[in-house]
Design a protein around this ligand. Structure first.
Ligand SMILES: COC(=O)C(/C=C/C1=C(C)CCCC1(C)C)=C/O[C@H]1C=C(C)C(=O)O1
Ligand SMILES: O=C(O)CCC(=O)C(=O)O
Ligand SMILES: [Fe+2]
Length: 365
């Protein structure tokens, strides 16, 4: 995927939010202040929200052809269909590995700015340190520093962007990403089963899957009511796996029935969500759900996010299994490489990027 020509992009000065905090702790530059409608004001619904996103016990899924497996698959089906998000416990990934990637990420973000800027994200690209998805000077900025790297297949890697400090970073990321890749492959197998498909349906279709990681660091913010940590969006992946930092604040929120619902972290669990690719393949039976991150007055927050997606070469569209006279085709066929390019050259704006694939009819929502 070629980067967008740099000459077309004028993003103006983007403040590094960690540096802003250090120099003028109370300052919120205008570019971070959201319009009223976007501000994360706490509504009664959000405050009182007692329902948490569903929890899937991975160890139950491993139980072969048993009732336990069937029960967990039904829970998985309901989670995907009704929430698009769930947390996975008992995933079997070594907790030491979760700690080591968290430490590596945190140590990276705590480096001096000059060191991090050696890996700066170039305008029009999506890998490296900085703010992605900024395409104009009047676009609002997120209260977040990001560090993103392409992982698999190897041709998407840019070795110059892999940091030498902290020294353990690259090794920790290699081991971590291998484990998360396996988790994604397993989860896609169970998601296929939950849909009544052959368990290999997605993996067979995806070719050599694309995997990328994004580490998001949200420093505390003196006015969390005015800013967003991360703009509302759906993920352009097939599946996303998110690890939340241990002692951080609650920050992830998902849009459910028009209300922002907070995702309360469960220690050592992963948050997994359905991405745009699965929405298209299932003709909207399982939907990618809009989500955002909010900030906190005193606490910082870290998230380590893995995107797992089909190879850029594959053509995809709704699978015939999800089409009939009551379920007309809602998305056109397209090439995933083209969708990726469209996604990474659009600002994060709810589910707008999926318009790329939508077939608009009078009755479509
Ligand atoms: C919010 O989503 C993303 O940041 C994101 C980015 C992924 C990528 C990189 C960080 C570097 C390599 C390319 C790639 C686009 C995968 C989401 O990933 C999704 C979005 C698309 C499209 C996709 O294939 O994965
Ligand atoms: O930090 C979070 O909880 C949200 C991250 C996210 O949605 C993303 O990186 O795509
Ligand atoms: Fe996301």
């Amino acid at each position: 995927m070629a980067p967008v020509p740099i000459s077309q992009i004028k993003v103006g000065h983007i403040d590094d939010v960690q540096e802003l905090r250090k120099s003028i702790p109370a300052a919120i530059p205008e570019r971070f202040i959201r319009d009223m409608a976007e501000r994360p004001t706490l509504t009664m619904e959000t405050l009182l929200s007692s329902t948490d996103i569903p929890v899937i016990d991975f160890s139950q899924l491993l139980k072969g052809k048993t009732d336990e497996l069937q029960r967990e698959l039904s829970k998985l089906a309901a989670s995907c269909e009704e929430w698009g998000f769930f947390q996975v416990i008992n995933h079997g990934i070594d907790l030491g590995l979760l700690e080591s990637i968290e430490k590596a990420a945190m140590d990276f973000f705590m480096l001096p700015l000059e060191e991090k800027q050696k890996y700066a994200m170039a305008p029009g690209t999506i890998q490296g340190y900085g703010q992605a998805f900024v395409f104009s000077e009047d676009q609002k900025l997120d209260w977040c520093n990001m560090f993103a790297l392409g992982l698999e297949p190897h041709f998407i890697r840019n070795p110059k962007l892999w940091p030498t400090k902290p020294a353990e970073f690259s090794d920790a990321l290699e081991v971590y990403s291998r484990e998360i890749r396996e988790l994604c492959q397993n989860m896609l197998r169970y998601i296929a089963m939950s849909l009544g498909l052959n368990e290999d349906a997605f993996e067979n279709m995806f070719g050599e899957a694309v995997q990328a990681v994004r580490m998001n660091y949200y420093p505390p913010c003196s006015r969390p009511d005015l800013v967003l940590g991360l703009s509302p969006h759906s993920d352009g992946s097939a599946l996303t796996v998110l690890q939340q930092g241990r002692d951080g604040s609650v920050g992830l929120q998902i849009l459910r029935h028009n209300t922002w619902v907070p995702v309360r972290p469960i220690p050592n669990a992963f948050v997994i969500n359905i991405g745009d690719t699965i929405e298209v393949l299932t003709n909207g039976k399982y939907k990618s759900v809009e989500h955002r991150a909010v900030t906190h007055k005193e606490k910082d927050r870290l998230s380590i996010v893995t995107f797992y997606a089909p190879s850029y070469e594959i053509e995809l569209g709704p699978m015939p299994e999800f089409l009939d006279e009551n379920n007309p085709c809602k998305y056109r066929r397209y090439n995933h490489g083209e969708y990726s390019r469209h996604y990474v050259t659009s600002k994060l704006e709810g589910k707008k990027t999926l318009d790329f694939a939508k077939i608009h009819t009078n009755s479509s929502s």
